[in-house]
Unconditional design. Structure first.
Length: 109
């Protein structure tokens, strides 16, 4: 029973994150053209929601390890995007645009 509940929570969470990553950048693109700002907001929401779910399932469900993994992975991605947006964008705009173009090409594939 615990496995079914955990897998149900995990699948519904993955569906919600998939929907979030499809819709939120489109909404933000109406107001802002910067690609990093568009996807950074989605990753911040993933960090917050995965932290909440990891704390709620800690020690109770077997999928708490997966939520911890999602949480730490999303923190790394968010910090990388934040570093790219704050530091590299202000230091070298040409390098920033190169990196953004590579990310956009990889996301479209």
């Amino acid at each position: 029973m615990e496995l079914m509940l955990g897998s149900g929570i995990l699948l519904s969470y993955m569906y919600a994150v998939y929907f979030l990553f499809n819709q939120l950048p489109k909404v933000i693109a109406r107001r802002n053209t910067d690609f990093v700002r568009q996807i950074l907001s989605s990753w911040i929401i993933v960090v917050i929601s995965s932290f909440i779910l990891a704390q709620m399932t800690k020690g109770r469900l077997a999928v708490s390890i997966l939520f911890d993994g999602i949480f730490y992975f999303s923190i790394v991605i968010t910090l990388g995007l934040f570093f790219l947006f704050v530091i590299i964008r202000n230091v070298n705009l040409l390098l920033y645009k190169k990196i953004i173009n590579k990310i956009q090409v990889n996301m479209k594939q």
